[in-house]
Write a protein that binds this ligand. Structure first.
Ligand code: ZN
Length: 209
């Protein structure tokens, strides 16, 4: 289980599951294990993502609100599908569309909290968020897809509204992750939008660019 903040919110869950000999009675749990991905994804601020195709450094911060809304609309379309398919993991160690949607909804919520922290405080330290722990604790795979779709749409609109209200020098306000990564509101907005775009690509296979 990861605890480091540097797992943050952009880690796609695609690493092969660790092969371990399950103890008696633990075989089922081991089969469903998602391998925590603790890579630092701040590199997406420096270059295009080879997986989803998003040219994150080229994203214009003032356009992120619109990108959040467009991304949410794509998620709603993806979630308007047969429920068994949404719940099905393509591999035991890769999240289902429903689990990714839950993650994106929670990313939208988390980044709204962090955006407000940056606007309200000088150089705040973000509280930790462990995405893998959250997925287990909140039972992502058991949530209702229609409820998740509605919650994702609402969270996206609230976050987009938050970015709509950022202006002028506010884009240069800063915030800090506990692993030392430092963001301005501008870089934070670029970093944010890569996550739901990347995971939409994980689910639909459609490139961002
Ligand atoms: Zn990507």
């Amino acid at each position: 289980m990861t605890t480091a903040e540097n797992t943050v919110v952009t880690a796609p869950v695609t690493a092969p599951a660790a092969v371990t000999a399950p103890a008696d009675g633990e075989a089922a749990a081991a089969t469903d294990a998602i391998t925590p991905d603790d890579k630092d994804w701040t590199w997406v601020l420096e270059r295009s993502c080879p997986d989803c195709g998003l040219d994150t450094p080229a994203v214009v911060p003032e356009e992120v609100a619109g990108l959040v809304r467009a991304n949410a609309a794509s998620w709603l379309a993806a979630l308007d599908a047969e429920e068994d398919g949404l719940r099905r993991r393509p591999r035991p160690d890769v999240w289902s569309a429903l689990e990714y949607a839950c993650h994106v909804r929670d990313v939208f919520r988390l980044f709204h909290v962090r955006l407000n922290l940056m606007l309200d405080q000088d150089g705040p330290l973000f509280p930790n968020w462990d995405q893998d722990e959250t997925a287990l604790a909140e039972r992502y795979g058991e949530q209702d897809p229609r409820t998740v779709a509605a919650e994702l749409a609402e969270a996206a609109e609230i976050l987009a509204g938050g970015f709509d209200r950022v202006s002028g020098e506010q884009w240069q306000r800063t915030g800090n992750r506990s692993d030392g990564a430092r963001f301005t509101v501008a870089s934070f907005s670029r970093y944010l939008i890569h996550d739901p775009v990347h995971h939409l690509h994980d689910v639909t296979g459609v490139p961002a660019a």
